[in-house]
Ligand binder design. Structure first.
Ligand code: NAD
Length: 373
């Protein structure tokens, strides 16, 4: 069983899908590990570190030759996988809704593409969940970026020269990234409030010492929702939410938005008119910018200024912490494949629940229900 670890090809991608730690673990399981030279460069991992861990380091052709499984952080270009075995597994974050042509191309080439972001949200798969491991780091980094862009301090400071008041930070969308953003902003001394459509998050917000801001009298999502995910809200809810946000946002210095709906464009939470009510110098970080944006005017990968407010359109936030995000992503991949490793076959054998959820293509066809339905 040969596993190929590729150097990422997407512009700006800094992460790598295996570390020396996981290379060693896969070898202990019985796999042969091949790493493309330079794969770990941006995550501070040298080729020699991989060799010392037992991997064969070589050029792309040597890495792919005879590979049963190909690892990536982002899905590798289907045209660039020559040499991998027929029907090889491609295990990566494949952006199935956002890049359907690539999924079709994996099918056409006969690869079995496994999308790690489709991992079901079941207890035994928590350690395999790349969305959680990467969102957690993104939530943390979003606050650091906001603090850096903000021309004032976060904590209240009482000095001989006078008092600096605490920054007011508002987090919209309290999933994994939002919870980490709340915790980070609190640690830095901001006064934090937060909102979500899922009522279950109210308690979580309070437990982190922040103030919940919730639409009252219009039904949100009770409990956890399917797999913890949100769905699109009714028009009535959206209107009530917009009114609530309008009155709250004008008093905020920092806003972090993280709201996502799987398979749909990100919900629009902040309009240009609402931005205009904020104090000049305030900062908004839109973590959903890559999925269409929660904030009107946000541009993924850029910082724009509207009405004196800086709007940071996040792009691959986890990638700005390449060493940690790579370590966690790599462990997610190891936890996944090792859980299904069949010792006799010396290969992973997926069960139906996980296999059907993450498998996008097989034997030349697109087979995933979420893409076909
Ligand atoms: P996500 O990235 O899909 O979305 C971020 C947040 O935005 C969610 O909390 C969502 O409810 C919220 N949101 C969506 N539309 C909104 C709107 N219009 N206004 C305000 N907020 C809106 O979420 P996530 O980080 O994946 O987490 C979702 C839940 O799943 C959490 O409760 C998390 O703990 C849970 N989870 C479970 C597992 C597991 O069991 N394996 C793994 C990861 C996360």
């Amino acid at each position: 069983m040969k596993i190929a670890v590729l150097k990422e090809g997407a512009p700006g991608e800094t992460r790598v899908s295996a570390t020396p730690e996981t290379v060693k673990k896969f070898i202990a399981l019985g796999a042969e590990m091949a790493v493309e030279s330079g794969a770990g460069e941006h995550a501070s991992i040298a080729d020699a570190d991989y060799s010392n861990a037992g991997a064969k380091v070589g050029d792309r052709a040597a890495t792919l030759a005879g590979a049963d499984i190909v690892f990536g952080v982002q899905g590798p270009d289907p045209e660039s996988l020559g040499g991998a075995k027929a029907g090889a597994w491609i295990v990566a974050s494949l952006n199935p809704f956002g890049d359907r042509p690539r999924v079709d191309a994996y099918a056409a080439k006969g690869y079995e593409a496994l999308a790690m972001e489709f991992m079901p949200r079941i207890t035994r798969a928590q350690s395999m969940d790349i969305l959680s491991s990467q969102s957690n780091l993104a939530g943390y980094k979003s606050v650091l970026i906001a603090a850096n862009e903000y021309g004032r301090a976060f904590p209240m400071m009482m000095t001989a020269a006078g008092t600096v008041s605490a920054a007011k930070a508002f987090v919209m969308g309290v999933g994994v990234a939002g919870l980490q953003a709340i915790a980070t902003a609190r640690r830095m001394g901001a006064q934090v409030s937060a909102t979500d459509v899922r009522s279950a998050t109210k308690e979580q917000i309070q437990s982190l010492g922040a103030k919940p801001i919730f639409v009252e009298n219009v039904k949100g999502i009770e409990g956890e929702g399917s797999g913890g995910y949100a769905t699109e809200m009714s028009e009535e809810y959206q209107k009530a939410q917009a009114e609530l946000v309008s009155s709250h946002i004008a008093k905020q210095d920092i806003v972090i938005t993280t709201a996502l709906i799987p398979g749909r464009p990100a919900p629009r939470l902040i309009s240009d008119a609402q931005i205009a009510t904020m104090r000049p110098g305030s900062v908004i970080v839109d973590l959903a910018a890559e999925s269409g944006g929660n904030v009107e005017g946000a541009v993924s990968g850029e910082t724009v200024v509207r009405h004196g407010v800086k709007i940071v359109g996040a792009k691959n936030m986890a990638g700005t912490l390449a060493a940690d995000s790579s370590a966690l992503f790599s462990r997610n991949l190891f936890n996944f494949l090792s859980a299904f490793w069949d010792k006799e076959k010396n290969a992973p054998v997926l069960d139906e629940e996980v296999g059907d959820a993450i498998r996008l293509t097989k034997s030349g066809a697109v087979v995933n229900a979420r893409l076909l339905g």
